[in-house]
Ligand binder design. Structure first.
Ligand SMILES: Nc1nc2c(ncn2[C@@H]2O[C@H](COP(=O)(O)OP(=O)(O)OP(=O)(O)O)[C@@H](O)[C@H]2O)c(=O)[nH]1
Ligand SMILES: [Mg+2]
Length: 225
């Protein structure tokens, strides 16, 4: 990368950080916990969200922003559950940016307590972009392989939580859950780890509880600030 390209990239990231901080401040004040989900294409983000929606809705009002390169498909899947969802189509960009999320803030219903953002399927680009989230979750599905954390370190190092998905497939694959977990913890010892199967319902209640507790902590932290 040339020096000029580097300066432009730093400017873009700097302005993204500023917008992200504004989003976080605004939504925290409104009592909305924001969760950013990132992972490879097809690792199970939308299916996991469908299960989380079924667990939280309607007692814990939530909304979902879906990021994809093309189509409304993921937002349609969430809308079918009766939850407000917006689709951002990037038209080619491999990640969401804070300004894209910022544009949707006026549309989020006042009663919303959780905003889930499903990033564009990619384990590299989304890691560099803060979207104003309180919690960043990286997903790793069993079929992707247990060697991924150190191959894609930024995604794991920048996350708060690691969600193993498709755990129902582990018996059929050479996937060492402990090895992958330890590798991720090596990069980031503060990671909270969840083992889930959206297909079988494993780990969904624990994950939903983590989001609920994180929101309570966020509100308590605000009161003491
Ligand atoms: N066996 C199994 N399959 C799953 C599970 N969760 C999702 N899948 C399947 O994995 C495929 C991809 O799931 P999605 O939820 O669409 O994945 P995604 O990460 O949202 O994909 P993109 O939005 O394209 O990045 C689908 O065929 C799902 O049925 C699971 O827990 N177990
Ligand atoms: Mg999806």
């Amino acid at each position: 990368m040339s020096k000029k390209e580097l300066i432009v990239r730093e400017e873009i990231l700097g302005s993204n950080k500023k917008v992200a901080a504004e989003i976080r401040e605004k939504l925290e004040a409104a009592g909305v916990l924001v969760v950013n989900l990132l992972s490879s294409p097809g690792s199970g983000k939308t299916t996991l969200l469908e299960r989380i929606v079924e667990t939280l809705h309607p007692t814990h009002p939530l909304a979902v922003i879906e990021g994809d390169i093309e189509t409304e498909r993921d937002a349609d899947r969430i809308r079918r559950k009766g939850v407000p969802a917006w689709q951002i189509t990037t038209g080619g960009a491999c990640h969401l940016e804070a300004k894209m999320v910022g544009k949707l803030l006026p549309e989020i219903p006042a009663e919303t307590k959780f905003l889930f953002i499903e990033n564009v399927g990619n384990l590299v680009c989304p890691a560099g972009y803060d979207l104003g989230e309180n919690i960043r979750c990286v997903l790793l599905s069993a079929p992707e392989g247990d060697d991924k954390p150190k191959k894609y370190p930024k995604a794991f190092a920048s996350a708060d939580c690691l969600i193993f998905t498709k755990s129902d497939l582990i018996p059929y694959l050479p996937f060492d859950l402990e090895k992958a977990g330890n590798e991720a913890l090596d990069l980031n010892p503060r990671l909270r780890i969840f083992v889930t199967s959206a297909l079988k319902g494993r780990g969904i209640a624990e994950l939903a509880r983590y989001f609920i507790e994180s929101r309570v902590n966020m509100i308590q932290h605000q009161r003491h600030a």
